[in-house]
Design a protein around this ligand. Structure first.
Ligand SMILES: [Mg+2]
Length: 216
């Protein structure tokens, strides 16, 4: 066990000036199963039994008959965003990816109460590497906040994926396959299954020459 490495691997300086670029991740329904957990919590809160499989619009609040404002109020009450569970193995995979790339999280959570603070705490708690956190309002363009030399953008929202693919600001776009983005068909967007995200990240962007350390 190399304790010094455990310290350095989370430090920006570890990658030095020679990192290979940036990777940008959406948060909800990309690094976690946001809709799945939302259904579970709101069904419990309201005593309903709505099913995720019925959900084919992007706006989950519509399905529960809530306005956006009402949804955010309930989300705050049930600690929805604080208690989301990351996709299994994703944070560990990102730590490997972060040996070569800088990591941006880019989310439209701007309407949430204390969105930046809540999200920072969540990312830290789950040990995600994070070099930049962008919190936007609905309607803002995510790609406008991409860093120069962004290699990959991972997203589930159709509009954000399409806008990014046409922006010229990112080399690859992976669209997490969801019921609400089935209409997307674009030559520069690769549709991926959510349960393949970890293995694809490691395959395409993981450390090609792992250093001898115990990741736990
Ligand atoms: Mg999303």
């Amino acid at each position: 066990m190399f304790e010094w490495f455990k310290i350095l691997r989370n430090h920006h300086l570890y990658r030095g000036p020679n990192y290979e670029g940036w990777i940008t991740f959406d948060l909800d329904d990309t690094v976690c199963d946001f809709v799945g957990e939302t259904y579970a919590k709101l069904n419990a809160h309201f005593g309903t039994d709505l099913k995720v499989g019925d959900h084919n619009t992007y706006w989950v609040n519509d399905h529960f008959g809530l306005t956006g404002t009402e949804f955010h109020e309930v989300a705050h009450q049930v600690r929805l965003h604080d208690e989301l569970t990351p996709i299994e193995g994703l944070a560990q995979a990102m730590l490997k990816v972060a040996q070569r790339f800088k990591i941006q999280f880019n989310s439209s959570r701007g309407a949430l109460r204390n969105a930046h603070m809540t999200t920072t705490a969540w990312l830290t708690r789950h040990q995600f590497p994070c070099d930049d956190l962008v919190i936007l309002k609905h309607g803002d363009l995510k790609w406008e906040r991409f860093k120069p030399n962004t290699k990959l953008f991972v997203e589930d929202n159709a509009n954000h994926a399409l806008e990014a693919a046409d922006s010229g600001k990112v080399e690859m776009v992976w669209l997490v396959d969801k019921p609400w983005n089935q209409h997307v068909d674009h030559p520069r967007i690769q549709r991926i299954k959510h349960d393949q995200l970890v293995s694809m990240l490691l395959q395409y962007f993981g450390d090609p020459d792992p250093l001898p350390f115990d990741p736990d």
